[in-house]
Design a protein around this ligand. Sequence first.
Ligand code: AMP
Ligand code: ZN
Length: 111
Amino acid sequence: MDCLFCKIVIGSIPAEIVKKSDRVTAFKDISPQAPIHVLVIPNQHFENMAKVAEFDLALVGEIFDMASSVAKDFGIDSYRTNINTGESAGQSVFHAHLHLLGGRTFAWPPG
Ligand code: AMP
Ligand code: ZN
């Protein structure tokens, strides 16, 4: 399948991997929007996080668990987690991913 993040999982496209399990991978976003900006993705391809929840609910938990573990590794206990589902919500890569952003303050509501 011609999917950027699937290629990162198998290592055919380079990425700065920060943590990996047999089911989840965390790597640095190529265009960071905060001092810490990590993407947490399922190793298996799903189009978005709703599909992950539909087919493998436990995997959603593993993704969040990986995000909090990465935040802990970076030494932050205040951070933003963000999931864009669909184009109008800002999703541009259609392999499910959670954004972990930290190292600065964030505004609310988001734009
Ligand atoms: P979204 O807009 O929510 O789909 O997020 C996709 C994210 O993937 C964006 O923040 C991009 O900067 C990031 N991204 C795109 N290509 C790469 C890449 N090759 N390595 C790491 N992050 C990437
Ligand atoms: Zn994929």
